[in-house]
Design a protein around this ligand. Structure first.
Ligand SMILES: Cc1ncc(COP(=O)(O)O)c(C=O)c1O
Length: 397
């Protein structure tokens, strides 16, 4: 038994995950293996579309689709479906909030050293119009220095935007402490929870964020091509979406439109309904397994993997942070990370590479050009960890 799960339960959860029969999957921070329930929801809906027509199938599924919004709100501790918008990925979800926060020349966006490239490029893009982007340095553990953040606040700071967990390592940022600082100062706090949703319990009231973006395919184990944005109810109508269309706003007169009052004002009408329904099933599945238990097991498995990799001569583990989650980053002395990935793939073990450009500030600061990323989920086992470690040990010789 490992932290709250019996061996029988893990066997059952793996049996419910078709991919577990074929691969040892340590790329959960890329895209997890979905459970059969998610696959079934998705495929059944596609079959229904083919049988009765796409729009007709959507009408038939409307109540379930509405339920997906409510489920996403509940998952993050929000108050209701009206606070959620769905997208095709986390990047667009995040961007729609980021571009909607009113900023003027001279205003400042504060962020961390561990941002994902897509988000950082967006900060830089907003900075073209006289807005400044400033990076709060990390403390000795590698997490954002909350004291430095507090000191940096002044009335030009209008937005704090930060990844909860970066793409390239196990670091969990002190989001609750950041949220507290943001709340005290009355600064909008936008949290990129792409890597943490589904991995740990999230509660926007405790996190203190005003908006949060996440994805379906990573730790939630949902289909690809779905992302979501949660926005605090009292902020929705104060945020004007950067893009408009006929679902976000109603065209009421030839020269006039009215933006809708809920978070769907950030959306576009056309979407992959089957994938969104699968996302709903993934949320229900994660909540049934239990997010506290998932988080405990993911952390324990990741710490085991770190310890086992560290025991291999020539292997260096690079994860930062006082709190560390399921992403394990490492290098093998004198072995190109791409070779590590390819050798593991040949052994049916999935890992990926985090290149410097993905988290440029952090990787440059640490002199890292690439790391191998092995990201564990609760359905991984100690046997799988041993297989990974022994394959890596063969390369390290
Ligand atoms: C920390 C972080 N933020 C954002 C993203 C982007 O998510 P998406 O590909 O769904 O847009 C990723 C993807 O890997 C990520 O790791």
């Amino acid at each position: 038994m490992t932290v709250g799960f019996t061996d029988d339960e893990i066997r059952r959860l793996r049996a419910e995950t078709p991919g577990c029969a074929d691969v040892t999957h340590f790329n959960n921070a890329g895209s997890s293996l979905p459970p059969s329930a998610v696959l079934d929801t998705h495929l059944e809906y596609l079959r229904r579309e083919a049988r009765i027509g796409g729009y007709e199938a959507q009408e038939e599924a409307q109540a379930r689709l509405d339920g997906v919004y409510a489920a996403a709100a509940e998952l993050v501790g929000g108050r209701g479906a009206d606070e959620v918008a769905l997208f095709e990925n986390a990047t667009r979800a995040f961007d729609m909030a980021l571009y909607a926060v009113p900023l003027e020349a001279g205003d400042v966006i504060l962020t961390s050293t561990a941002e994902y490239h897509s988000m950082f490029v967006t900060y830089l893009h907003r900075a073209r119009r006289g807005v400044r982007v400033e990076v709060v340095p990390p403390d000795a553990t590698g997490q954002l220095d909350v004291g430095a953040l507090r000191k940096r606040l002044d009335d030009r700071v209008r937005l704090i935007a930060m990844a909860h967990m970066p793409t390239n390592g196990g670091l969990v940022q002190p989001a609750e402490a950041v949220g507290e600082v943001a709340r005290e100062a009355g600064v909008f706090f936008l949290l990129d929870a792409t890597q943490t949703v589904g991995q740990m319990p999230l509660d926007v009231r405790r996190l203190g964020c005003h908006a949060l973006a996440g994805t379906s395919r990573k730790y939630l184990r949902g289909p690809r091509g779905v992302g979501f944005l949660w926005v605090a109810r009292e902020w929705i109508e104060r945020l004007e979406p950067p893009l408009m269309e006929g679902h976000a706003a109603e065209w009421v007169e030839p020269d006039r439109y009215v933006i809708r009052p809920d978070a769907k004002r950030f959306e576009v009408w056309e979407s992959n309904v089957g994938a969104r329904l699968g996302f709903g099933t993934a949320i229900a599945y994660a909540r049934t397994v239990g997010l506290e238990r998932i988080w405990a097991r993911v952390r324990a498995l990741a710490e085991t993997l770190r310890a086992r990799l560290t025991s291999v001569p020539g292997v260096a583990v690079h994860d930062l942070g006082a709190v560390r989650g399921g992403i394990v980053s490492f290098t093998v002395r004198d072995v190109d990370p791409l070779r590590v990935k390819a050798a593991l793939r040949a052994a049916r073990i999935n890992v990926t590479i985090s290149p410097a450009r993905g988290t440029l500030l952090d990787m440059r600061a640490r002199g890292l050009s690439e790391v191998v990323r092995a990201s564990v989920h609760y359905y991984n086992t100690h046997d799988e960890i041993e297989r990974l470690v022994s394959e890596v040990a063969r390369l390290a010789r």
